[in-house]
Design a protein around this ligand. Structure first.
Ligand code: C2E
Ligand code: CA
Ligand code: CA
Length: 731
């Protein structure tokens, strides 16, 4: 385990250390080279030694051959044996023997301690020298020498000798080993020496450079690398230091720039923050401006539409209902025109406040523009909205103080509910708008949307077509309602009132189809039809000796129609009646919607000899100055004041002042909607000139009127009138 770890750490050291690689390579190379040289040396040593051995023993052999002659000749074998024994004492001699020419061993010596010999003796139990020597002759580890013993050119025998190479070889091997050992030692020492030199002169500067490079890598640039020499490594160290200085300088410059950038970044961030805050404030202001009406500070049309969109989405999810009220002030234009825009603005602000005071905090009130307001009532159906509409009307009943005067201002409200009357913002707003116009045109206060009201519904469109056909086909009728002169108690006038008995739909009241005709433009044809029909009838009555005047209602559109005066002149011409018996009724609100224009038209028409009455007086807020300049002869007090005047003191005093004012202006006064004897008497007392109403007669068809006119002629002098029960399908 320990060993394994050591090898591992050595491997790591070797792999990571240049010096280790270099030193080990050098040591190996030197060692291998020295070993090779030692081996070569060893080989040549062996050869030399063998030849030396041969030479030394050759001399001995020649000598023995010389001295053996005598003993051979004298057959002194003892001496021969002694010689052999002496030779055998020589260190490396394995055997020595003298053979006769026949090959018999005359004297011999065999070194029994020699391993080759002892092996042989042990192996074969050999004892015969001749055999031993002949067998050793094949052994290459032994140098075999043979010398002839010659006397007088006659071969007496041979001297043979075997010299062992083993000792000599062992010596040489030992020498080889010591040489290798010395080489190893030398290599190690050399390696160590190289290592020391390398370490001091190469490795140390390189390590310094490596440490320096590490410091640079860590960004520490303040410590130079030590320069140890002037050689290449020294120069490298100097260049390294220069490079480090350069990097240091560049990095300091970079740091400086970075600091600058950071500072700039900080100030930029601050400015962005400041700018964002400013933008947020501006945005909030803009949002308020974009979604609020600057005058009343109420949500504007966009805000209302946006809330409606969201309300629809929420209601769809929760399955709830909600209502939209569209409100239009009734007399705003008059106040604006007479008191100026500042007062108008004050009034709108005050109306906004009153609305807020009667509504719940969850209701949303907005101003859509002009005198138009919208109210969103969450979780409310059309009936609930009707109650709210009533509350709004009562809230607006109390007069507003403008320019040190108190003004009453009414409002018309239209109600549409989600999802009954529409499931999109535009449809709901339109439905509320249609309902509002219906309420306004019919003075209903408020009205809940109904598809029949809507000119744009398919039903309405078909009704308009049917009305057009009715005009062409004479399917309409004129009923007449008498006007009684309170002085003479005679019927002096008749108001022509349109009646439409639809073949499928039954009776359709004029309050329903006249606004439709006004919106669709059919009112022109309708009015011409009324005028020509009424003139024909008037002519007929006049011819029958029933001298009565006729009153015809005109709409705004008629007065705005540039062709109207000419068309009227033509109709009057054709009828050939006395124009003094013809009166046109124009409602006070129509007059006040554009007094200048109406004044001009009345002046033009007046030239034809016809007269004019202001219809529905008291509902339109006309100013005295306008009244004075208008070429009208009569005022018809609106029935809303007359009907309850017997019981309502306020109504009575209003009627009273209207009568007085009209008389002061030199105008005659007709009171409409007289339903009771009491009212009749009251009006008589107030000095009212004429009365019209169910107390005298409901609107009746011409034949019934003819009857009535005749009765009236007959009973001129009587003071009592029986109420004539008319077949009036409107009431
Ligand atoms: P208006 O001109 O104010 O007509 C008087 C209305 O009062 C008539 O309603 C009449 O039936 C009703 N009336 C009369 N006496 C009494 C009464 O004692 N009590 C009550 N509660 N009502 C009474 P009508 O016929 O339904 O007409 C409604 C409106 O339709 C008229 O109001 C007028 O503005 C319009 N109209 C009718 N015919 C014509 C026409 O030929 N042309 C134009 N432009 N409008 C017309
Ligand atoms: Ca009228
Ligand atoms: Ca009227």
């Amino acid at each position: 385990m320990q060993e394994q770890e050591n090898t591992d750490s050595f491997c790591v050291f070797w792999r990571n250390s240049l010096v280790a690689k270099f030193v080990s390579l050098t040591v190996v190379v030197v060692f291998v080279l020295m070993s090779i040289s030692a081996y070569i040396n060893y080989r040549s040593q062996v050869t030399v030694n063998v030849s030396n051995l041969k030479t030394q023993n050759a001399m001995l052999g020649s000598f023995v051959a010389d001295i053996a002659q005598e003993s051979m000749l004298s057959h002194d074998y003892n001496s021969l044996n002694n010689y052999m024994q002496e030779i055998g004492d020589g260190e490396d001699v394995v055997y020595a023997a003298i053979f006769s020419p026949r090959g018999n061993a005359l004297a011999s010596y065999v070194e029994k301690r020699n391993t080759f010999v002892s092996d042989m003796i042990n192996e074969k139990n050999e004892v015969d020298a001749k055999h031993i020597i002949s067998r050793l002759g094949k052994n290459r580890q032994i140098i075999h020498l043979r010398y002839p013993i010659i006397f007088d050119k006659k071969v007496l025998g041979h001297f043979v000798m075997g010299i062992s190479k083993v000792r000599m070889q062992a010596q040489s091997r030992n020498q080889l080993f010591s040489t290798i050992l010395a080489s190893t030692l030398f290599s190690v020492l050399l390696g160590f020496g190289i290592y020391v030199v390398f370490r001091i002169y190469t490795l140390r500067p390189i390590q310094q450079l490596v440490r320096g490079a590490h410091r640079v890598a860590r960004g520490k640039l303040d410590q130079d690398v030590k320069v140890y020499s002037h050689d290449e490594l020294g120069r490298l160290a100097v260049t390294f230091n220069q490079m480090m200085q350069h990097i240091k300088q560049t990095s300091q410059e970079k740091d400086g720039m970075l600091n600058q950038i950071q500072e700039m970044n900080l100030s930029l961030e601050k400015r962005v923050e400041q700018r964002t805050e400013e933008l947020e404030v501006a945005n909030q202001k803009l949002e308020k401006l974009a979604l609020h009406d600057s005058l009343t500070n109420l949500p504007n049309r966009f805000c209302i539409q946006d809330n409606l969109n969201r309300g629809i989405a929420d209601a769809k999810l929760s399955g709830s209902t909600f209502a939209v009220i569209m409100m239009d002030l009734d007399r705003f234009k008059e106040i604006n025109d007479t008191l100026g825009h500042d007062c108008g603005d004050q009034l709108l602000v005050a109306v906004g406040r009153r609305l807020q005071s009667v509504l719940r905090p969850t209701d949303l009130i907005g101003r859509l523009g002009g005198d138009e307001f919208a109210i969103l009532l969450p979780d409310t159906d059309e009936q609930g909205a009707g109650i709210v509409a009533g509350k709004i009307q009562s809230a607006l009943d109390a007069p507003f103080n403008l320019a040190d005067m108190a003004f009453s201002i009414g409002a018309s409200l239209g109600i549409a509910a989600f999802p009954r009357h529409g499931n999109t913002t535009s449809i709901l707003l339109k439905a509320a708008d249609v309902a509002m116009y219906h309420a306004k045109n019919n003075k209903l206060g408020y009205c809940i949307y109904n598809a029949i009201l809507d000119i744009h519904t398919p039903d309405r469109l078909s009704l308009i077509m049917e009305l057009r056909d009715a005009i062409h086909n004479d399917d309409l009728m004129l009923f007449y309602q008498p006007k009684l002169d309170l002085d003479t108690r005679r019927i002096v006038g008749l108001e022509a009132l349109l009646r439409w008995q639809h073949k499928d739909r039954g009776f359709i009241p004029p309050a329903e189809f006249i606004p439709m005709a006004e919106q669709s433009g059919l009112i022109r044809q309708l009015t011409y039809w009324v005028i020509s029909t009424a003139l024909l009838q008037l002519d007929a009555w006049h011819r029958a000796g029933l001298g009565v005047a006729i009153s015809l209602n005109l709409s705004m559109q008629n007065l705005q129609d540039p062709d109207f005066p000419e068309q009227l002149a033509q109709l009057l011409d054709q009828a050939g009646v006395d124009n003094r018996f013809i009166q046109f009724e124009i409602t006070e609100s129509v007059i006040m919607s554009n007094p200048g224009h109406v004044m001009g038209v009345l002046a033009a028409l007046g030239k034809m000899g016809v007269s004019f009455a202001i219809d529905d007086f008291g509902t339109g807020y006309s100013s005295l100055s306008t009244l004075k300049r208008l070429q009208v002869q009569e005022i018809k007090i609106d029935k809303s004041f007359v009907m309850d005047m017997a019981t309502d003191k306020d109504d009575e005093s209003i009627v009273h002042s209207i009568v007085d004012m009209a008389h002061n202006l030199g105008l005659t006064v007709t009171a409409e909607g007289v339903e009771s004897e009491n009212t009749l008497k009251q009006l008589e007392k107030l000095g009212c000139n004429m009365i019209q109403g169910y107390r005298i007669s409901r609107p009746l068809p011409p034949d019934r009127i003819s009857q009535l006119l005749r009765q009236s002629e007959a009973r001129k002098a009587t003071t009592h009138f029986t109420v004539i029960k008319g077949k009036n399908n409107s009431d």
